[in-house]
Design a protein around this ligand. Structure first.
Ligand SMILES: Cc1cc2nc3c(=O)[nH]c(=O)nc-3n(C[C@H](O)[C@H](O)[C@H](O)COP(=O)(O)O)c2cc1C
Length: 182
Protein backbone atom coordinates (compact mmCIF):
# COMPACT_ATOMS: atom_id res chain seq x y z
CA UNK A 1 0.00 0.00 0.00
CA UNK A 2 1.22 3.46 -0.84
CA UNK A 3 0.21 6.73 0.79
CA UNK A 4 1.03 10.11 -0.66
CA UNK A 5 1.82 12.56 2.14
CA UNK A 6 1.51 16.22 1.27
CA UNK A 7 3.03 18.90 3.47
CA UNK A 8 1.16 22.18 3.43
CA UNK A 9 4.22 24.04 4.67
CA UNK A 10 6.91 25.42 2.40
CA UNK A 11 9.20 26.21 5.33
CA UNK A 12 12.62 24.52 5.43
CA UNK A 13 12.36 23.58 9.11
CA UNK A 14 8.63 22.91 9.01
CA UNK A 15 7.18 20.93 11.90
CA UNK A 16 4.51 19.61 9.56
CA UNK A 17 7.07 18.18 7.18
CA UNK A 18 9.00 16.74 10.13
CA UNK A 19 5.82 15.10 11.33
CA UNK A 20 5.36 13.43 7.95
CA UNK A 21 8.88 12.01 8.20
CA UNK A 22 8.04 10.54 11.61
CA UNK A 23 4.85 9.03 10.19
CA UNK A 24 6.75 7.63 7.21
CA UNK A 25 9.01 5.67 9.59
CA UNK A 26 6.08 4.44 11.68
CA UNK A 27 4.18 3.34 8.57
CA UNK A 28 7.17 1.26 7.43
CA UNK A 29 6.63 -0.91 10.50
CA UNK A 30 3.17 -1.66 9.12
CA UNK A 31 4.57 -2.43 5.66
CA UNK A 32 3.25 0.77 4.15
CA UNK A 33 5.16 3.15 1.92
CA UNK A 34 4.67 6.87 2.52
CA UNK A 35 5.99 9.26 -0.09
CA UNK A 36 6.37 12.83 1.12
CA UNK A 37 5.91 15.79 -1.19
CA UNK A 38 6.10 19.50 -0.55
CA UNK A 39 4.34 22.12 -2.61
CA UNK A 40 7.22 24.58 -2.98
CA UNK A 41 7.41 24.19 -6.77
CA UNK A 42 3.70 24.10 -7.55
CA UNK A 43 2.73 27.19 -9.56
CA UNK A 44 -0.24 29.37 -8.76
CA UNK A 45 -3.38 27.85 -10.21
CA UNK A 46 -4.37 29.38 -13.50
CA UNK A 47 -7.20 28.03 -15.60
CA UNK A 48 -5.40 29.22 -18.70
CA UNK A 49 -2.69 26.63 -18.04
CA UNK A 50 -5.06 23.69 -17.82
CA UNK A 51 -4.67 22.76 -21.46
CA UNK A 52 -0.91 22.52 -20.96
CA UNK A 53 -0.31 21.65 -17.33
CA UNK A 54 3.00 22.70 -15.75
CA UNK A 55 5.28 19.66 -15.36
CA UNK A 56 5.33 19.97 -11.55
CA UNK A 57 1.54 19.71 -11.54
CA UNK A 58 1.56 16.73 -13.90
CA UNK A 59 3.98 15.00 -11.56
CA UNK A 60 1.91 15.75 -8.46
CA UNK A 61 -1.30 14.64 -10.15
CA UNK A 62 0.39 11.44 -11.24
CA UNK A 63 1.62 10.66 -7.72
CA UNK A 64 -1.76 11.44 -6.16
CA UNK A 65 -3.58 9.40 -8.76
CA UNK A 66 -1.43 6.33 -8.11
CA UNK A 67 -1.60 6.57 -4.31
CA UNK A 68 -3.97 4.32 -2.40
CA UNK A 69 -4.66 7.11 0.09
CA UNK A 70 -3.69 10.68 0.88
CA UNK A 71 -2.27 12.15 4.06
CA UNK A 72 -2.08 15.91 4.45
CA UNK A 73 -0.09 17.75 7.11
CA UNK A 74 -1.54 21.20 7.31
CA UNK A 75 -0.21 24.20 9.15
CA UNK A 76 -2.81 26.71 10.32
CA UNK A 77 -2.53 30.20 8.91
CA UNK A 78 -5.01 32.74 10.29
CA UNK A 79 -7.22 29.86 11.49
CA UNK A 80 -7.35 28.36 8.00
CA UNK A 81 -5.37 26.11 5.69
CA UNK A 82 -2.44 27.81 3.95
CA UNK A 83 -2.96 29.18 0.46
CA UNK A 84 -0.38 26.82 -1.04
CA UNK A 85 -2.42 23.83 0.07
CA UNK A 86 -5.68 25.21 -1.29
CA UNK A 87 -3.83 26.07 -4.49
CA UNK A 88 -2.57 22.49 -4.90
CA UNK A 89 -6.04 21.12 -4.31
CA UNK A 90 -7.39 23.29 -7.17
CA UNK A 91 -4.84 21.68 -9.51
CA UNK A 92 -5.55 18.17 -8.25
CA UNK A 93 -9.30 18.28 -8.43
CA UNK A 94 -10.45 19.98 -11.59
CA UNK A 95 -13.40 18.18 -13.16
CA UNK A 96 -11.20 17.22 -16.10
CA UNK A 97 -9.21 14.98 -13.78
CA UNK A 98 -9.98 14.93 -10.08
CA UNK A 99 -7.25 12.58 -8.89
CA UNK A 100 -8.47 12.90 -5.29
CA UNK A 101 -11.91 11.48 -6.06
CA UNK A 102 -12.85 8.75 -3.56
CA UNK A 103 -9.41 8.72 -1.93
CA UNK A 104 -9.35 8.31 1.82
CA UNK A 105 -7.78 11.29 3.55
CA UNK A 106 -6.05 11.52 6.90
CA UNK A 107 -5.24 14.95 8.25
CA UNK A 108 -2.44 15.84 10.66
CA UNK A 109 -1.10 19.21 11.62
CA UNK A 110 1.37 21.02 13.85
CA UNK A 111 1.10 24.54 15.16
CA UNK A 112 3.15 26.52 17.61
CA UNK A 113 -0.02 27.68 19.35
CA UNK A 114 -2.42 25.86 21.63
CA UNK A 115 -4.98 24.66 19.11
CA UNK A 116 -2.80 22.30 17.07
CA UNK A 117 -4.37 23.31 13.72
CA UNK A 118 -7.82 21.97 14.66
CA UNK A 119 -9.56 24.87 12.90
CA UNK A 120 -7.58 24.36 9.71
CA UNK A 121 -8.20 20.61 9.95
CA UNK A 122 -11.96 21.10 10.12
CA UNK A 123 -11.79 23.41 7.16
CA UNK A 124 -9.75 20.87 5.23
CA UNK A 125 -12.30 18.19 6.05
CA UNK A 126 -15.03 20.32 4.52
CA UNK A 127 -12.93 20.95 1.44
CA UNK A 128 -12.17 17.24 1.15
CA UNK A 129 -15.89 16.45 1.08
CA UNK A 130 -16.48 19.12 -1.55
CA UNK A 131 -13.89 17.47 -3.81
CA UNK A 132 -15.38 14.00 -3.22
CA UNK A 133 -12.68 12.59 -1.01
CA UNK A 134 -13.51 10.22 1.81
CA UNK A 135 -12.86 11.37 5.35
CA UNK A 136 -13.52 10.25 8.89
CA UNK A 137 -13.38 12.53 11.88
CA UNK A 138 -11.18 10.11 13.76
CA UNK A 139 -8.42 10.24 11.17
CA UNK A 140 -7.20 13.64 12.31
CA UNK A 141 -4.20 14.27 14.51
CA UNK A 142 -3.36 17.74 15.86
CA UNK A 143 -0.10 18.67 17.57
CA UNK A 144 -0.10 21.91 19.54
CA UNK A 145 3.03 23.73 20.74
CA UNK A 146 5.13 21.79 18.24
CA UNK A 147 8.28 23.61 19.34
CA UNK A 148 8.08 21.67 22.64
CA UNK A 149 7.38 18.29 21.02
CA UNK A 150 10.18 17.99 18.44
CA UNK A 151 13.89 18.04 19.26
CA UNK A 152 16.61 19.75 17.22
CA UNK A 153 17.16 16.54 15.20
CA UNK A 154 13.57 16.73 13.95
CA UNK A 155 12.49 13.78 16.08
CA UNK A 156 9.16 13.72 17.84
CA UNK A 157 10.73 13.63 21.26
CA UNK A 158 7.57 14.05 23.31
CA UNK A 159 6.87 10.45 24.29
CA UNK A 160 3.17 10.87 25.01
CA UNK A 161 2.55 12.41 21.58
CA UNK A 162 4.69 9.77 19.90
CA UNK A 163 2.73 6.93 21.51
CA UNK A 164 -0.56 8.50 20.42
CA UNK A 165 0.79 9.00 16.91
CA UNK A 166 1.85 5.34 16.71
CA UNK A 167 -1.69 4.27 17.53
CA UNK A 168 -3.12 6.77 15.07
CA UNK A 169 -0.90 5.59 12.20
CA UNK A 170 -1.51 1.93 12.95
CA UNK A 171 -5.29 2.41 13.13
CA UNK A 172 -5.34 4.37 9.88
CA UNK A 173 -3.30 1.77 8.01
CA UNK A 174 -5.38 -1.10 9.41
CA UNK A 175 -8.52 0.73 8.34
CA UNK A 176 -7.15 1.30 4.83
CA UNK A 177 -6.22 -2.35 4.41
CA UNK A 178 -9.72 -3.40 5.41
CA UNK A 179 -11.45 -0.77 3.31
CA UNK A 180 -9.31 -0.97 0.16
CA UNK A 181 -8.45 -4.70 0.25
CA UNK A 182 -4.78 -3.93 -0.44
C1 LIG B 1 0.75 33.73 8.19
C2 LIG B 1 0.72 32.90 9.44
C3 LIG B 1 -0.44 32.73 10.14
C4 LIG B 1 -0.48 31.90 11.26
N1 LIG B 1 -1.68 31.68 11.89
C5 LIG B 1 -1.76 30.74 12.85
C6 LIG B 1 -3.02 30.34 13.37
O1 LIG B 1 -4.06 30.80 12.98
N2 LIG B 1 -3.03 29.39 14.32
C7 LIG B 1 -1.89 28.79 14.80
O2 LIG B 1 -1.97 27.92 15.65
N3 LIG B 1 -0.66 29.18 14.34
C8 LIG B 1 -0.57 30.11 13.36
N4 LIG B 1 0.64 30.46 12.84
C9 LIG B 1 1.86 29.88 13.41
C10 LIG B 1 2.14 28.47 12.89
O3 LIG B 1 1.48 27.55 13.73
C11 LIG B 1 3.65 28.20 12.89
O4 LIG B 1 4.32 29.13 12.08
C12 LIG B 1 3.97 26.77 12.47
O5 LIG B 1 5.31 26.50 12.77
C13 LIG B 1 3.70 26.58 10.96
O6 LIG B 1 3.93 25.26 10.58
P1 LIG B 1 5.32 24.76 9.96
O7 LIG B 1 6.30 24.69 11.10
O8 LIG B 1 5.01 23.41 9.42
O9 LIG B 1 5.75 25.71 8.90
C14 LIG B 1 0.71 31.29 11.72
C15 LIG B 1 1.89 31.48 11.01
C16 LIG B 1 1.91 32.26 9.89
C17 LIG B 1 3.22 32.39 9.09
Amino acid sequence: MKILAISGSTRKDSYNTKLLHVIKELAKEDGTEVEIVTLNDIPIFNQDLESNLPKEVVELKHKAGLADAILIATPEYNHMIPGVLKNAIEWLTRDSGNVLEDKWLAIVGCSDGGFGTVRAQLQLMTLALVVNMRVKGRFRFPISRAQDKFNEKGELSDQETLEKLKTFVHNYITFLHRELHV
